[in-house]
Design a protein around this ligand. Structure first.
Ligand code: SF4
Ligand code: FES
Length: 247
């Protein structure tokens, strides 16, 4: 496949950015999207040019590091991560626009890399449970009912990629935050912080500058892990309950 790439290049957070056009040739349909970018970067390095900076780590859909808007869609045309997207999803001769996540709370670090440490601070504000330390407890010491385990597992699938924020017209992080609140709140081990968790995580989410939810549903459509939209309503109910009850 031969492709035209229009890639957002920006030397740092303070400098202006602009799309730069590159041609790549001989791309295999079986390459991942990141391998296609690797091919471009090898050519840029051979030419003595600055390679395109982009985030990646596991390259198998579990770490959430890869983060590109491709032709206006977070993670591109498939409901998967950018590292699990393959070039067979595109046609020979296509022109691809490749941009970083766009959100005020995710400032650009360089090119396609954005700073997602706002997510870390939301997690640190309340995304944990109180568990006794020491030697390993007996595995069944706290029984987890099957429906609670299923709910927790569905929401624990969130990998913190930020596609929900990038897809949302409000730059809202409510799907991400709700995934953590519902995941930990479903487990008996998470009951102790039920009120403080949702109050603190939503407070931190607002403090980071993420927008509110207006139920467009773009977040759940873009989510590569299928975190359901109704988790936001669950979090809202938890928030109102906690605000009325107090910590
Ligand atoms: S909710 Fe989905 S889109 Fe948002 S950070 Fe988690 S995995 Fe990514
Ligand atoms: S590089 Fe880890 S999810 Fe894509």
């Amino acid at each position: 496949m031969n492709l035209t790439l229009r890639i957002w290049r920006q030397p740092n957070a303070d400098a202006p950015g602009a799309p730069v056009t590159y041609e790549v040739a001989g791309i295999s349909p079986d390459m991942s999207f990141l391998e296609m970018l690797d091919t471009l970067n090898e050519e840029l390095l051979l030419d003595g040019e600055d390679p395109v900076a982009f985030d990646h780590d596991c390259r198998e859909g579990i770490c959430g590091a890869c983060s590109l808007v491709i032709n206006g869609e977070a993670h591109g045309p498939e409901q998967t991560t950018t590292c699990q997207l393959h070039m067979r999803s595109f046609q020979d001769g296509d022109t691809l626009d490749i941009e970083p996540w766009r959100a005020a709370a995710f400032p650009v670090v360089k090119d396609l890399v954005v700073d997602r440490s706002a997510f870390d601070r939301i997690i640190a504000s309340g995304g944990y449970i109180t568990a006794p330390t020491g030697s390993a407890p007996e595995a069944h010491a706290t029984a987890v009912p099957k429906p609670a385990a299923d709910t927790a597992f569905e929401h624990a699938a969130c990998i913190g990629c930020g596609a929900c924020v990038a897809a949302c017209p409000n730059g809202s992080a409510m799907l991400f935050t709700a995934a953590k609140v519902v995941h930990l709140g479903a487990l008996p081990q998470g009951a102790q912080e039920r009120e403080s968790r949702v109050l603190d995580m939503v407070g931190q989410m607002d403090a980071e500058g993420f927008g509110g939810c207006t139920n467009t549903g773009a977040c759940a459509t873009a989510c590569p892990k299928g975190v359901p939209l109704f988790s936001i309503a669950t979090m809202n109910r938890e928030f109102v309950r906690a605000a009325r009850k107090g910590r």
